[in-house]
Design a protein around this ligand. Structure first.
Ligand code: DX5
Ligand code: ZN
Length: 222
């Protein structure tokens, strides 16, 4: 399969919004609904005030499916646990610029391990914080909610930051994806796409939709 470029729309349902009593069936449902990637929200109860799942769950999903695994590490020490997520089968590993690690070193390790490297910033974090790393990433994740929980409302004040990121990328001749995550549905996806984002993470609006395929298509067409 030809990998998508930053000009292609990518839909990445977030497993956090799935029914955890039947994870396998939920992954299959997302694939059949047309998901391009599966977004996996790892939370450590320290970087964010919630705990979700870790390498064993990701390993199981990897062993039974061949969908691209977009792993979002909302953890304080991604450097300490990185190898576990690589071994579990992550395709993209996204770490937070706000976490307690040497960002450049972690990004380099992710790529040397054969994964794609993503860098995330929270709504309150200015784009200047990630500027030094833009030539070392495959994806920039602009959080559109404060991380930790699904089902929150989209924060439109992040839109100018998405525009700034797209401008910097194009000025520097870079090609990283711009991913948005939190409160994304067709309406907010349209706003984010207009600002320059191409990877749409959606939890509640897809896994909790009456018709998941229709919800994925609506975000794709937004
Ligand atoms: C929040 C996570 C998001 C969240 C998205 O910390 O990073 O991926 O699960 O969920 P919705 O789409 O319901 O806002
Ligand atoms: Zn996420």
């Amino acid at each position: 399969m030809i990998p998508p470029t930053c000009r292609d729309r990518v839909i990445a349902p977030s497993l956090l919004a799935a029914d955890f009593s039947k994870v396998g069936a939920e992954v299959t449902r997302a694939i059949h609904a047309g998901a391009d990637w599966l977004h996996l929200d790892v939370m450590d109860g320290h970087f964010v005030n919630n705990i979700s799942f870790g390498p064993p769950v990701i390993q199981s999903v990897h062993e039974h499916n061949d969908i691209y695994l977009d792993v979002h590490l909302m953890i304080s020490r991604p450097d300490v646990y990185l190898d576990d997520y690589v071994k579990a089968g992550a395709d993209m590993v996204t770490v937070h610029v706000e976490a307690d690690h040497d960002v450049a070193e972690t990004l380099g390790r992710i790529r040397r391990a054969g994964c794609q490297a993503g860098l995330a910033l929270n709504p309150a974090t200015p784009i200047a914080e990630v500027e030094p790393f833009l030539d070392r990433i495959d994806l920039l994740l602009c959080m559109t909610v404060v991380p930790g929980f699904g089902g929150q409302s989209f924060m439109p004040e992040v839109l100018p930051k998405i525009e700034a990121a797209a401008k910097l990328r194009d000025e520097r001749g870079l090609g990283f994806h711009i991913e948005v995550d939190g409160g994304i549905a067709a309406d907010t996806a349209a706003q984010c796409a207009a600002a320059g984002a191409n990877v749409m993470v959606a939890g509640s609006s897809t896994f909790r939709a009456p018709d998941m395929a229709a919800a994925v298509k609506a975000i794709r067409d937004a």
